[in-house]
Design a binder for this molecule. Structure first.
Ligand SMILES: [Zn+2]
Length: 345
């Protein structure tokens, strides 16, 4: 596990549509590893490794969920509009970073009275995102100078790396970007033209990968993302999607794409032959960049390979290091062996 690279990727702000800061980090990482780096019109970054053979697009999204400042009130409190899907119950009492003229630490709080003076009835109401406001701990006139409507707001919490696990906001999908960069570094040679596409605006509808795939015109597409590790209290074992600790998740289907069965078989075979821990996964709701890539031009066979993550879309997303390492190894071996694939029907 490259803790430095991981920490840099998860700690750099970059919500959908406002990826400029994470884009420069990704670009700098990609440049020494590939023959050419390009940035397309929506802002996705692609590194190309020209080793000859089929055109393989490996996509991981750099954007994260977050908020935009929607309104600044007379007292300097900010109201926010979500970008991507949040569960309001997980946001109360979180810290955020407001990316204004400079970065300001803010406190997320529901617009309600302190618990001491709440009535029984008021206590029962679940929080709604519309009711949350941000306190940047500055006087109103200063707030108005530093913050404007439309400024991005991200969850703010230091990443933690233990012997066994990592936790931070935004493992979705900076962990996918980490897997892509690390696999590219680890793959000794590519049996293909590899397009390492780090996409924008996935969380708001797979928008970056859709246009990237059109431009790159790949022969096959692999989305690298995270999936739901539902091996925690509160989920029925029959509804299990993926299990933390059981290795790289080979996606069979989600609500945006059905993986090409030849690619599912290829990944299973490579994982088995190389002794890499893996599991099969079906995600009944939610999609990845694979859903957009498969619809490019005349169609592209796709698959999603994921790291299982607990507490997805909260400030405490968590993944186990052996699962991350297994996913990197699986993708690296696939890059090396993709030339073996027979892709005719
Ligand atoms: Zn994602």
């Amino acid at each position: 596990m490259d803790v430095d690279l991981f920490s840099r990727l998860v700690a750099t702000p970059g919500i959908s549509g406002r990826e400029e800061r994470i884009r420069s980090v990704v670009r700098a990482e990609l440049e020494p590893m590939v023959d050419e780096v390009t940035v397309d019109r929506l802002g996705s970054v692609t590194g190309v490794r020209r080793d000859g053979g089929p055109r393989v697009m490996l996509a991981a999204h750099m954007d994260s969920i977050g908020f935009l400042v929607k309104h600044i009130d007379d007292d300097g409190f900010l109201r926010i509009s979500p970008v991507g899907g949040f569960d309001a119950r997980t946001l109360v009492a979180q810290r955020v970073l407001v990316c204004g003229r400079r970065d300001l630490v803010g406190l997320l709080s529901p617009a309600t009275k302190p618990v001491h003076i709440l009535s029984e009835e008021e206590r029962k109401k679940p929080p709604r995102i519309e009711d949350l406001f941000v306190d940047v701990m500055l006087p109103a006139d200063e707030v108005k100078q530093l913050v404007a409507v439309g400024d991005p707001v991200v969850l703010h919490r230091e990443p933690v790396v233990t012997e066994r696990a990592v936790t931070a906001p935004y493992l979705d999908d900076r962990l996918g970007v980490y897997v892509l960069l690390s696999a590219l570094r680890a793959a000794s040679r590519a049996g293909a033209e590899v397009y390492a596409a780090v996409s924008v605006q996935e969380e708001v509808g797979l928008r970056g990968a859709r246009v990237s795939a059109y431009g790159l015109d790949p022969d096959l597409g692999i989305a690298l993302d995270i999936t739901l590790a539902t091996d925690t209290p509160g989920t029925d074992p029959n509804e299990r999607i993926a299990t933390a600790g059981s290795g790289a998740a080979i996606g069979v289907m989600d609500s945006s794409s059905i993986s090409d069965p030849r690619l599912v078989d290829a990944f299973k075979r490579i994982a088995t032959e190389e002794g890499i821990a893996h599991q099969l996964e079906i995600l009944p709701r939610g999609g990845t960049d694979a859903g957009a890539i498969q619809m490019a031009r005349a169609g592209v066979p796709v698959i999603t390979i994921s790291v299982p993550v607990r507490y997805v879309h909260t400030a405490n997303e968590m993944a186990l290091i052996p699962d991350i390492d297994a996913t990197v190894a699986l993708v690296a071996r696939f890059i090396e062996r993709v030339g073996e694939l027979e892709l005719t029907w």
